[in-house]
Design a binder for this molecule. Structure first.
Ligand SMILES: Nc1ncnc2c1ncn2[C@@H]1O[C@H](COP(=O)(O)OP(=O)(O)O)[C@@H](O)[C@H]1O
Ligand SMILES: [Mg+2]
Length: 294
């Protein structure tokens, strides 16, 4: 039983419904509620000739905030589409949710996902944009609105519930999109470059705010960014992806204590980690550039 009382995914399926590789027993310690929330092993995804992901593996523990960096086009959004249940990986890929093999499509609706281009609907107010996923889920509109209204102050949107997206700043629009993702209460939250379009100051503010929120709500978060400082400032771990086909090139623990203050970015520990990450990323960026050049 998960904490939402929602149906569990990852339950065992008739063998004819699941590729054999996908129902492999969980490895290592007994999974379930104490083990990894999600595991990917040998996950590949091709689009015709294009191999977006190859042999991707990762293990995410409940409550972790894991950041993902990698050159553009290396398969980051593809990774999230699989975890959100929007794309099925290639056969033989192994995906486990709470220790049990599952298909990606079973994760649909089990994971809250803020896609890279998360557009707010211009004709809906802040509140009505925020409750979109709840409404689709069948929560009565009145009840959903009430829940959203109570969350406005926490998202820095007090008094803005009835405003429309064009009346808001970029940072506020991102907070509405994040509020929508938070309101869709799921154990795993996927955020695809949520602060990518913001100016540096707003971005720094949003990062601190997200950390506060995460520490309070203790969700498991996977966060894609192309900003190494952001990846380090936020993450418990940073995954550096290789150039396409994307796999995990480097998995870097970030042992900086929390709560993290803005000054941490100038500490020797931070700078040392940044150097490691930058080297790994630069190598991959050069590769992806070379691949693209005629
Ligand atoms: N639905 C799709 N159909 C065909 N190719 C796709 C599709 N989605 C992604 N790709 C290709 O897969 C590769 C990885 O894309 P993507 O996951 O969006 O990368 P990233 O988010 O790291 O920039 C790219 O070459 C992209 O063109
Ligand atoms: Mg992307």
């Amino acid at each position: 039983m998960d904490w939402n009382g929602k149906r569990q995914v990852g339950r065992r399926h008739p063998a004819d419904a699941v590729p054999v590789a996908a129902i492999a027993a969980p490895s290592g310690r007994n999974a379930g509620d104490t083990g990894p929330l999600i595991e990917m092993e040998a996950v590949s995804k091709s689009f015709g000739e294009v191999v977006a992901l190859q042999d991707f593996r990762v293990r995410i523990t409940p409550g972790e905030l894991v950041t993902v960096v990698g050159p553009s086009g290396c398969g980051k959004s593809t990774l999230f589409n699989i975890l959100a249940g929007l794309e099925e990986p290639d056969p033989q890929s192994i995906l486990r949710y709470r220790g049990r093999g599952c298909r990606a499509t079973e994760l649909l609706g089990e994971v809250s996902f803020m896609p890279q281009r998360d557009l707010l609907l211009p004709w809906r107010s802040v509140i009505d944009n925020a409750i979109l996923a709840l409404e689709i889920e069948g929560v009565p509109r009145r009840e959903a609105r009430e829940t959203a209204r109570r969350m406005l102050p926490e998202f820095g949107l007090a008094g803005f519930g009835e405003q429309y997206p064009h009346q808001l700043s970029g940072g506020m629009r991102q907070r509405v999109a994040l509020m929508r993702t938070f309101l869709f209460k799921r154990d795993l939250m996927l955020l695809d470059e949520p602060f990518g379009a913001l100016d540096a100051l707003t971005r720094a503010m949003m990062q601190r705010w997200l950390l506060d929120l995460w520490q309070k709500h203790r969700r498991t978060v996977l966060f894609i960014t192309h900003d190494v400082d952001e990846a380090l400032f936020l993450g418990d771990r940073v995954l550096v992806m290789s150039a396409r086909p994307g796999r995990v090139k480097l998995e870097q623990e970030v042992a900086l204590e929390r709560p993290r203050l803005p000054e941490v970015v100038t500490s020797p520990e931070f700078v040392a980690l940044k150097k490691i990450l930058l080297e790994a990323i630069e190598e991959e960026s050069l590769k992806s550039f070379a691949v693209r050049s005629p």
